[in-house]
Design a protein around this ligand. Structure first.
Ligand SMILES: [Zn+2]
Length: 61
């Protein structure tokens, strides 16, 4: 135990099933998404959280 305590920053690299245990870390990342990952389809507030970040279009309205 303890070896897995440090997770990669990219939510793309998180293991399937680990999100449930780390919602407190995930929420601030996905709450106000500015980027989407074009490989994984995930969204995040900063490109550093994604492996292939693509800036989301800003709504004109
Ligand atoms: Zn990705």
């Amino acid at each position: 135990m303890g070896a897995m305590s440090k997770k990669p920053k990219e939510i793309c690299k998180w293991e399937k099933g680990s999100f449930d245990k780390q919602m407190d870390q995930l929420f601030p990342i996905v709450r106000d998404p500015k980027f989407a990952c074009k490989t994984c389809g995930r969204v995040a507030s900063a490109r550093k959280y994604l492996c292939k970040a693509l800036k989301l279009p800003v709504p004109s309205d």
